[in-house]
Design a protein. Structure first.
Length: 509
């Protein structure tokens, strides 16, 4: 591609000025610039353009070594001139550098341009290709225009197929309701590997137009989950500090204290380098998991010793001996409007619970199939033992679960019922253990509400199955299903009574 060298020099000069400003902020002073590349020289220079271009390219390669993706992330704020971002994007795509660092920088700049269109709502309208038939997103059209003077790589068919994986990955990212689940899914690593597999095609306008919207959606979801996790940790740390405790939990062999949490800057964590950030995010996630596993009675055992009669801290700050709390001082749990919350359950919540239920199904099946026949009816769960009826145990170990037959349908129904009962019981136990953490308590309450909806659909399906079997004259399994459905109903009643006790004032949370 033949290009006006003065145009390329103008692009590189814009990138140089941007880079120098970043480095000045980092080192706290002026950055020495090679002779002939000063701003005034570039503006007045009438010398050999090609020689200046060669010098400029080498100078920018050196500056590239000092500019990290984290520095760009901090620099690209909503008030930055879009012309600068477009010039930097042109520079990165022209380099044809497939290194991780250059790809990360290009990824970040393209996502910035998507998040901050020149005209609000610009990317929401649809456009068409020059032939009038190929539908293109407005963002892709904009990228084609920005990179029109760049020799972009062709897009092979195998890379077109890879791009189709981003939509399912975006839906998966949106399905996670907490930071632990998102990080455990390894979706960040999977997407990073997918971007690497695109090689030089990564710099194609169509690829950037696919990846940038994914990044924007994923980034927003990740920030929400991270802030929720950090908020829960801060609430627990504050409550612990008020009661005299200092150590929240142990992560990777290191005690995490109240002081550590107080020093945690969430906004800064979201701006640091990718590799360091991911490690820190995992530590926050592990701490959150550690707090969730600590039941209140164990959490208070140390404090109980301190408040025993005669101990040095047995008198509270208010002068009341023993440090005993009155009913008015204990955390007040909101009484939920269960019916209103059930009506507001989203398909995403149901989908998230469906994934967990399937995991429980698999765990129960594995245990029952390998357990001693004498003990297979008692399945050890995390907080309790799940007792199965003989019919349920038979169904869980059946080798005909995939059959399209009455007995296969009955077995699948029984397995699903016991799995939902197990999930409900687990969430009820988690709810009890989250009494001192309003944010955690609310998360488990939301899961129970979604499980009530799953149970309602399951109960109706069970009734339909019994009706169909009766119509066909096949009554096998009818009574066993009724017994299991009855237990499911009892569990639903227990959940409703726990979240909205009779006679309590209802609040919408």
């Amino acid at each position: 591609m033949v290009e006006d060298p003065k145009w390329e020099l103008a692009i590189l000069a814009t990138v140089q000025g941007f880079y120098e400003k970043l480095l000045q902020d980092s080192v706290g002073g002026e950055v020495p610039v090679p002779a002939g590349l000063e701003a005034i020289s570039l503006q007045e220079g009438d010398g050999e353009v090609h020689a200046t271009l060669d010098k400029m390219r080498r100078w920018l390669l050196l500056l590239d070594q000092a500019i990290t993706p984290a520095m760009l992330r901090r620099a690209f704020t909503a008030d930055i001139d879009p012309e600068i971002a477009e010039a930097v994007l042109r520079y990165y795509t022209r380099k044809k550098d497939t290194s991780d660092v250059n790809r990360d920088k290009t990824d970040l700049v393209a996502t910035f341009l998507y998040r901050h269109p020149r005209v609000p709502g610009q990317w929401e309208r649809r456009g068409y290709g020059l032939d009038g038939s190929l539908p293109l997103s407005p963002f892709e059209i904009a990228l084609i225009e920005i990179l029109a003077d760049t020799d972009v790589p062709s897009l092979p068919e195998e890379h077109v197929q890879l791009l189709r994986r981003f939509d399912p990955l975006q839906q998966e990212a949106l399905s996670y309701s907490d930071l632990n689940a998102l990080l455990d899914s390894e979706i960040i690593t999977r997407v990073r590997d997918l971007k690497q597999s695109l090689e030089s095609s990564f710099y194609h306008p169509g690829v950037l137009a696919t990846i940038a919207p994914y990044n924007a959606v994923f980034g927003q979801r990740f920030d929400e989950l991270f802030h929720t996790a950090a908020s829960g940790i801060r609430e627990f740390a504050s409550a612990l500090q008020e009661q005299g405790g200092t150590i929240l939990g142990n992560v990777d062999g290191v005690d995490v204290t109240v002081e550590h949490v107080a020093a945690m800057e969430e906004s800064e964590l979201l701006k640091i380098d990718y590799s360091l950030a991911l490690d820190k995010f995992r530590r926050v996630s592990k701490l959150r998991q550690a707090l969730e596993r600590r039941p209140p009675i164990r959490r208070m055992s140390y404090l109980t010793k301190l408040s025993a009669p005669g101990s040095a801290t047995s008198t509270s700050k208010t002068g009341r001996a023993g440090g005993a709390t009155t009913p008015a001082e204990r955390p007040r749990r909101p009484v939920l409007d269960v019916q209103a919350m059930r009506a507001a359950v989203t398909p995403q919540q149901v989908s998230t619970e469906e994934t967990k239920i399937r995991q429980v199904e698999e765990s129960i099946r594995i245990f029952v199939r390998v357990a001693d026949p004498k003990f297979r009816q008692v399945v050890p769960m995390r907080f309790f033992n799940l007792t199965l009826t003989p019919a349920e145990a038979d169904a869980c170990s059946a080798d005909y679960l995939e059959e399209k037959s009455p007995r296969g349908a009955v077995a699948r129904m029984l397995l699903r019922i016991v799995s939902v009962v197990a999930r409900m019981t687990t969430e009820l136990e988690e709810l009890k253990r989250a009494e001192n953490s309003p944010s955690l308590w609310k998360l488990h309450a939301d899961s129970l509400i979604a499980l009530l909806e799953s149970a309602a659909a399951l109960t109706q399906n069970a009734k339909n199955l019994v009706t169909d079997a009766t119509d066909q004259g096949a009554n096998a399994g009818e009574e066993t299903i009724k017994v299991s459905v009855q237990r499911l109903g009892q569990r639903c009643d227990l959940i409703t009574g726990t979240l909205a006790p009779a006679g309590a004032e209802t609040q919408t949370v």
